[in-house]
Ligand binder design. Structure first.
Ligand SMILES: Cc1cc2nc3c(=O)[nH]c(=O)nc-3n(C[C@H](O)[C@H](O)[C@H](O)COP(=O)(O)OP(=O)(O)OC[C@H]3O[C@@H](n4cnc5c(N)ncnc54)[C@H](O)[C@@H]3O)c2cc1C
Length: 441
């Protein structure tokens, strides 16, 4: 590149790409170096026999104050999902319950006693703001044992494939603890947030990348022109006077460097002072099982998908109705389902072979949907080290990381391993990093 970059971004997963796109959107000059031949990282869509299986991020909510401007600036082709995407289900105790937010209280998913306990919520004593509490303990404290256990299991399974007893509510679901911090209660906080939202503000809806998240990643990379370099593995980043030297297939220099790699990978390139702490980070392997077939053999409900509750008696954590909310993910008159296994919720299931995981998914999906089915297309994708688990202690780990980072001005860590699990929070984090990078360029 002719111009000296303001920042070198190491890693072209969605995390790194969003940082680069945000810096570019604000008039800065990022350079992205990626080890692999293409961009996108774990969100490497599978295109096969007219099925489109998203192995990682497959949808996100828009409009979003940070993600929307980035996507618009690169002209990304995202579209709303089918309207049925708002319809969600929970499978527990051998039954399927339609779950539509607060109205689900009318279902038998929780007992009358459990429902009545919810009325206590506004008067439950609040915790100190810096308490690092587990998701389950927090929700049981506020909502009572039954609803709390159910809610914690669904949230942990649905977002982290995590263990609700281990996940830190404040690290993993900060928007929820914010309600308690600000209003002293989830109910009061929720109402206050609703009142504060302008009546004209559009409601966020599920969106998808119709041709695949790989194409979205490619659009972000292409928007950088020659400043995206694939097949450029970085071996180390080192401080040299007032700038950073990035060494790999060559040498690049910039006042700032954003290392957008999972902690275990980042540990191999950043200064040694970070290594022990980065190697303490915990991620949990997961398997994504795709099941496709003709609509006659593979009946799928209309909706987004099913999460499994604490007493479901199954090992599947969630089953997404891919071709129902995203029509292009299966050939005409065919369906695609996506099952999620493993994580901290159930690490031992991953000892199964791919064939056994497929057989388990077929059996469990059939049980959930109440009818046997036989797919003609299957695929297993395993993520290792997998989904970062923001367990209790994660916030203290981030504080320790910040302390070390203070000795290395201009070096930033980004991506889902730290403070941002999904695409929208990665975009929010990208905006904060762009502030810092452009301020020091
Ligand atoms: C099963 C599953 C479902 C999910 N569903 C959703 C969802 O519906 N919505 C949502 O918003 N999010 C979802 N996510 C999360 C989302 O996919 C991740 O947050 C996001 O893709 C992480 O991107 P990243 O850039 O942080 O990391 P990565 O994708 O891991 O990117 C890191 C990149 O760095 C590169 N790299 C590694 N080492 C080097 C090196 N030495 N030099 C240069 N480059 C290097 C890698 O090749 C890779 O491209 C899901 C995740 C999973 C696993």
């Amino acid at each position: 590149m002719s111009e000296h970059p303001d920042v070198v971004v190491v890693g072209a997963g969605l995390g790194g790409l969003l940082v680069a796109a945000e810096v570019a959107r604000r008039g800065g000059h990022p350079l992205v170096l990626e080890a692999g031949p293409v961009s996108g990282g774990v969100a490497a869509s599978v295109h096969d026999e007219n099925y489109l299986l998203e192995p990682a991020a497959g949808s996100f909510l828009l409009p979003h104050p940070y993600l929307t401007p980035i996507l618009e600036s690169v002209g990304a082709g995202v579209v709303p999902a089918e309207p049925v995407a708002h319809r969600r289900y929970v499978y527990d105790r051998g039954e399927l319950f339609e779950f539509a937010g607060p109205t689900s209280l009318a279902t038998r998913l929780v007992s009358t006693r459990g429902k009545l306990q919810l009325f206590r919520e506004p008067w439950v004593q609040t915790q100190k703001m810096n308490t690092d509490e587990s998701l389950r303990s927090f929700l049981e404290r506020r909502l009572g044992p039954e609803v709390g256990r159910m809610g914690a299991t669904l949230m942990a399974h649905g977002v982290f494939a995590g263990d609700p007893n281990k996940l830190s509510v404040r690290a993993a679901f900060p928007a929820i603890t914010a309600l308690e911090d600000i209003a002293g209660s989830l109910a009061r906080g929720f109402l206050a947030r609703r009142r504060a939202r302008s009546k004209d503000a559009p409601r966020a809806k599920v969106h998808i990348a119709p041709n695949g998240m790989d194409e979205l990643a490619s659009e972000l990379a292409v928007s950088l022109g020659g400043n995206f370099r694939p097949d450029w593995p970085v071996n180390s980043v080192q401080r040299d006077g007032g700038e950073w030297v990035i060494i790999g297939r060559g040498e690049e220099r910039a006042p700032s460097v954003v290392v957008a790699l999972a902690p275990a990978k980042a540990a191999q390139v950043v200064p040694e002072a970070f290594t022990p702490l980065l190697n303490e980070a915990h991620a949990a392997p997961v398997a994504v099982v795709g099941l496709g077939g003709h609509e006659a053999d593979l009946p799928v409900l209309s909706g987004f998908g099913v999460l499994t509750g604490p007493d479901c008696g199954l090992r599947i954590l969630g089953l997404l109705f891919e071709s129902s909310y995203a029509l292009g993910r299966a050939p005409a008159h065919h369906h695609l389902l996506k099952g999620i296994y493993g994580g901290d919720a159930d690490p031992t299931v991953l000892a199964l072979s791919d064939d056994d995981l497929v057989a388990l998914a077929i059996e469990e999906a059939g049980q959930i949907l109440g009818m046997p089915f036989q797919p003609t297309w299957t695929r297993v994708i395993r993520h290792t080290p997998g989904i970062p688990q923001y367990n209790v202690g994660h916030l203290a780990w981030l504080d320790r990381l910040d302390l070390i980072s203070a000795d290395f001005p201009g070096l930033h860590l980004a991506g889902w391993g730290y403070r941002a699990m999904g695409v929208t929070s990665l975009a929010q984090h990208a905006a904060a990093l762009a502030d810092k990078v452009l301020a020091s360029s």
